[in-house]
Design a binder for this molecule. Structure first.
Ligand SMILES: *[C@@H]1O[C@H](CO)[C@@H](O)[C@H](O)[C@H]1NC(C)=O
Ligand SMILES: *[C@@H]1O[C@H](CO)[C@@H](O)[C@H](O)[C@H]1NC(C)=O
Ligand SMILES: *[C@@H]1O[C@H](CO)[C@@H](O)[C@H](O)[C@H]1NC(C)=O
Length: 385
């Protein structure tokens, strides 16, 4: 009913200067609660020699085929993680100016508007190539309200389901990253992952986990449902790091495939977790297996207690604090796990009141902003395919 509505996407440009005064009101308040988190400005990163030259000016910037396209969510709760993740991508990239970030922000973030979130990112990374896409979450809320627990879930967890519609049509491939990751290797290596003809999604696969546990009895005991996997050998994969072929995704209507499973979930309760199982249903057993170094997940500990975990043996290109504990929270509470010290150097957050917190970095200042624009795309989840 909701799906094939008219395309309701329009674009507006935001020039940073006009509403500056309201931001300054927020940033001078150094007492009590601080409405706008402060981040130090990241060091300026430059391409090394040998990076692909940008396409000529006729092509819109975002469509430049030499870009590495990365998508992440942007919200007030995980902002500090997102900023650290972006910082880590730039720091380890040999061609940081060729990375384009797509941020998906919820229209009704509880404490920061998409516009304000965009300003904070812009002031932290003044030369970052980025676009903010506003996600209208109310439609997803109706799809995830199947249980009390899921009703409490952040709708932005489902933003990855809608990237093919949210991002510009010229974006054919995207790397999706959760906000609690750090890259410690060149993102272009992940970007260059070859996806075989039949695969839409690439991710590290884990074939030794017990796949049964991701679905309920209601699923396995219904032959019509469990037949989904009859011609596949499904393995668990983590949806926090994915290389997605958006051409094949759009062709296969995978957003609709995921929504169909969410509709079934509402009626039959075929799984307990939130955003992961629809991905397993759509893709498990048909995923391009990427080297495990690209998702060392679980560093946040288990979902109940957030106990400390150590790194798995072997090379690491990406660290992922999935699970309950987040490194910024554990560092703030002065009970960090050993792995959290790996995250700390990428943290640009500067609590107000600390030295230099009101310096050049943290404030969305006026200097040099005139020419800088953040293209915000106000897009509906229900794009026509
Ligand atoms: C996998 O988990 C299911 C459900 O908990 C259990 O019944 C089954 O015995 C497990 N299989 C293996 C191989 O451990
Ligand atoms: C995707 O949806 C469109 C529009 O509903 C339909 O024409 C097309 O056949 C669908 N493709 C697949 C692979 O299901
Ligand atoms: C503030 O930052 C500047 C430049 O990074 C540094 O030289 C100065 O010592 C810092 N001031 C304080 C109080 O930390």
């Amino acid at each position: 009913m909701l799906r094939y509505g008219a395309v309701s996407s329009f674009i507006f440009l935001i020039l940073l200067s006009p509403t500056r005064s309201s931001l300054e009101d927020g940033t001078v308040a150094t007492t009590t609660r601080d409405p706008i988190p402060h981040f130090a400005e990241a060091p300026d990163y430059r391409n090394e020699p040998g990076c692909a030259a940008p396409a000529d000016k006729v092509v819109p910037s975002v469509c430049d085929p030499s870009l590495v396209q990365v998508a992440m969510t942007l919200d007030s709760e995980y902002l500090r993680g997102t900023v650290a993740a972006v910082h880590s991508v730039l720091r380890h990239s040999s061609c940081p100016e060729s990375v384009f970030f797509h941020f998906v922000a919820a229209e009704f973030d509880p404490s920061m508007s998409p516009r304000l979130l965009a300003r904070v990112v812009r002031s932290t990374f003044p030369s970052l190539r980025l676009k903010v896409h506003v996600f209208r979450e109310e439609a997803v809320i109706s799809l995830i309200s199947g249980s009390v627990r899921q009703a409490l879930e952040n709708p932005l967890n489902y933003a990855r389901n809608y990237l093919a519609g949210l991002l510009d049509r010229c974006v054919n491939r995207v790397i999706y990253l959760d906000s609690d990751v750090l890259l410690v290797d060149d993102v272009r290596k992940l970007w260059d992952t070859r996806l075989s003809q039949s695969t839409v999604v690439g991710a590290p696969e884990y074939c030794h986990t017990n796949f049964t546990v991701y679905f309920t009895n209601a699923f396995w005991s219904d032959p019509a449902l469990s037949a989904t996997f009859s011609s596949r050998r499904p393995c668990y994969f983590n949806t926090g790091v994915m290389v997605m072929d958006l051409i094949k995704w759009r062709h296969g209507n995978y957003t609709q495939v995921l929504e169909n499973w969410m509709e079934i979930q509402k009626r039959k309760r075929i799984y307990e977790l939130g955003s992961l199982p629809p991905f397993l249903l759509a893709f498990a057993g048909n995923v391009e297996g990427i080297d495990h170094r690209w998702n060392q997940h679980g560093l946040g500990g288990d979902n109940m207690r957030g106990s400390c975990r150590t790194l798995h043996p072997g090379p690491v290109s990406l660290l992922h604090w999935s699970g309950k504990g987040k490194p910024w929270a554990r560092l703030d509470s002065r009970k960090p796990c050993p792995v959290d010290h790996l995250w700390h150097p990428y943290d640009l957050y500067r609590p107000s009141g600390t030295a230099n917190s009101s310096g050049s970095g943290p404030v969305p200042s006026s200097s040099g902003d005139d020419a800088k624009e953040i293209l915000m795309e106000y897009a509906s989840y229900n794009l026509l395919y």
